[in-house]
Design a protein around this ligand. Structure first.
Ligand code: GLN
Length: 485
């Protein structure tokens, strides 16, 4: 197995036995990144020197007899939504093209404490609004299984980087599916943790009540290791949860015997591609064979999740994006003659069409006379969905579904049809509305394209979720076809 296609926990074992140096690992990844980036465009900025330097430091430490942490010196990519001093943080937007944050985000601060090597900052849909990186102001990333397809979005660059071996792991963010869907499209593991589990400090805000950062990795064990590093209370984020530190690897290795896996009675699989349904059904059979019980649960309001999300998320976005006013940071129109023109022209020139659409939708839904009809009503439906998940988790350990109704779609295929993209979020959005954790784990292939299985867990139930996903991963032992590059 190539070093750049080896999970971090295995590489860590190998280096502890003296079979490989951390510098060799970093050189393999950086070399792979440089060789493939021209075709993939996973990154908006790359930092090979940082990655190699962190690896050298890890080797030195090891030579002095110190015990290394699993992430020390490992080349890891970070979505370009996180503030990292000395790097541009564009959030996929022309508006922030030259923005360099003067401080460090909570997530990358913790990764730095764990000794990671930043290999690059990954491409994304502008302000994380989208499903294929096609809304990036800097052009789309490509799917390493088929270069004519998107890698998913909005954390698509993180996904293509990990799948192609340009980074050993990456961090993404998920507001309505943006970690899980690209993980599914590229055959990797991605987890959206419980809302509040990971700090949002220094992570550019899209919809603050739904945004959550999480790992995107080659396997489930690595996802647990990365979450160990980035989770935890942060007083700088007022919604950060005061949960005690947990070891998310604690239950890896358990089996599926007697575990209760829920399937949603109201889940409309008729909207899904038959190849996706086939993989999902085979995955359920496998869970059963491994001793799990499949139990039907009812979530009667799940059909309203997409509509609810596409009110709440744009409302919060329209408020959050008010800070891009041409005054404080980023784009500033040179021609404006007065303050109003400065606002109008800076926003008009700096923001892309999808972002403008969301601001308009949100501003409309929050305007006087419409607030009760749209935003308030959406919050009520969200509460019902939350309560229905809570009731379901009294009966089951996890809830299974496909991640996305289709495998990766073609670049340009959904251009000009935002509604099609919105509807395709139907399976991922409910977890964000409910605030619960959700993991995407490779479930199979539709031809050459990967298809993920989604498992949802109860609030702060990540340790159990990892153990179930890990057991599934082991049972499936998926043999992947070769990449396109
Ligand atoms: N595709 C969804 C959207 O466009 C989700 C994005 C996300 O999770 N950041 O809003």
């Amino acid at each position: 197995m190539k070093l750049y296609h080896t999970p971090i926990h295995l590489l860590h074992q190998q280096r502890q036995k003296g079979q490989v140096s951390t510098l060799e690992i970093a050189q393999a990844v950086v070399g792979r990144m440089q060789a493939t980036e021209g075709q993939l465009h996973s990154f908006l900025s790359t930092y090979p020197d940082r990655a190699l330097e962190a690896a050298k430091q890890a080797d030195q430490k090891q030579a002095q007899g110190a015990q290394l942490g699993p992430l020390e010196g490992m080349p890891i990519a970070v979505k370009d939504i996180f503030a990292v001093p000395g790097t541009r943080t564009t959030c996929g937007s022309k508006y922030l093209e030259n923005f360099v944050a003067p401080y460090e985000s909570g997530v990358t601060g913790k990764l730095a404490e764990a000794g990671y090597g930043l290999v690059g900052k990954t491409n994304m849909d502008e302000f994380a609004m989208g499903s294929g990186t096609e809304n990036s102001a800097f052009g789309p990333s490509k799917n390493p299984w088929d270069l004519s397809k998107v890698p998913g979005g909005s954390s698509g660059g993180s996904a293509s980087a990990v799948a192609a071996g340009q980074a050993l792991a990456a961090i993404g963010t998920d507001t309505g599916g943006s970690i899980r869907q690209p993980a599914s499209f590229t055959g990797i593991v991605g987890i959206k943790p419980t809302y509040g589990r990971v700090s949002r400090w220094g992570m550019v805000a899209f919809a603050s009540s739904l945004d959550q950062a999480g790992p995107m990795t080659q396997d489930v064990t690595d996802a647990a290791l990365l979450l160990n590093a980035i989770a935890g209370f942060d007083p700088r984020d007022s919604t950060s949860a005061q949960e005690p530190a947990t070891d998310f690897t604690a239950r890896l290795g358990e089996n599926l015997k007697g575990k209760k896996i829920g399937v949603i009675k109201e889940l409309d699989l008729s909207v899904a591609d038959p190849a996706v349904v086939k993989v999902f059904e085979a995955n359920l059979e496998l869970l059963k064979k491994a001793g799990a019980q499949i139990i039907e649960v009812s979530l009667p309001n799940i059909a309203h999740a997409v509509a609810t999300y596409y009110v709440i998320a744009p409302c919060e976005a329209s408020s959050n994006l008010g800070r891009y006013d041409g005054v404080r940071y980023g784009e500033r129109s040179a021609e404006a003659k007065n303050l109003l023109e400065l606002y109008e022209q800076s926003r008009d020139q700096g923001l892309g069409p999808e972002v403008k659409l969301r601001i308009l939708l949100g501003t409309f839904a929050l305007s006087a006379g419409y607030y009760d009809a749209y935003y308030l009503k959406a919050l009520k439906v969200q509460n019902l969905i939350r309560a229905q998940y809570k009731a379901a988790f009294a009966q089951v350990d996890a809830i299974a579904s496909p991640v996305s109704p289709t495998p990766a779609f073609g670049i340009g295929e959904r251009a000009g049809d935002p509604l099609k993209n919105y509807l395709a979020d139907a399976f991922t959005i409910p977890a964000n509305l409910a605030g619960i954790p959700g993991i995407s784990v490779p479930g199979g292939f539709a031809g050459q394209l990967p298809v993920g299985l989604q498992l949802l867990g109860e609030h702060f139930g990540e340790t159990k979720l990892f153990s179930l996903a890990h057991a599934f991963e082991r049972e499936l032992d998926l043999q992947k076809p070769p990449l396109a590059l």
